[in-house]
Design a protein around this ligand. Sequence first.
Ligand code: PEP
Length: 252
Amino acid sequence: MIHRTRPLVAGNWKMNGLRESLNEAASICKAVAAGGAGKAEIVVCPPATLLMAVTAICEGTKVGVGGQDCHAEASGAFTGDISAEMLKDAGATYVILGHSERRAGHHETNEQVRAKAKAALGAGLMAIICVGETRAERDAGGALAIVGKQLASSIPDNSPPGRIVIAYEPVWAIGTGFTPTPQDIAEMHGFIRERMNQHLPGQGANLRILYGGSVNPANAAQLLSVEDVDGALVGGASLSCAEFMAIAGVYR
Ligand code: PEP
């Protein structure tokens, strides 16, 4: 496998994890230190309640930590929200933005995702921005158009090089066990690279484009070897160190 950039395997724990899950974070750090992820960069995105404890565990290791969302403002009267500055202060280096569960469940628009991404970049975080079509949109032949629109409206202009990561996550593949064909993934990732090269001139070649949606130890080798796939955003399988490392182990 030839990679233009260092691959990234990020685990999205979603709204899962109690204090006992800190053992999984510690096991991931241990496995990465032992070379289990090869040349891949590893990031864990726990729920906010565990963020500081996970950053404490990961401190001094090669495992990074990310938030799962942030507010577009730095502070203020936004009950229940967390700002990019707060994530940074808690030790995070990444934040996932525009996940389809937030777009659907919290009605987040592309414009809101872009405002959050600006805030994340301003706070010094790396932004993993999620895009992806629904099953109905793909069946209607509109997958590229939908993702093109999401990219155009969600990615801040003039984002500094290397600070944006795109995660292509077809909504219908998340948590379902279904995945697109390697051909469909290659087509979409090539399209994203081309569009991003126009949006952020000259940055397309080194942009990391992750695939996300039902990645597991059994399909990781095939999915991660697809052209233009620079890593994975992993949901369910990232809750278990063994499964997460079996996926990242593709890059050994
Ligand atoms: C996700 O939620 O980002 C995701 C990819 O989930 P899963 O791996 O469980 O499909």
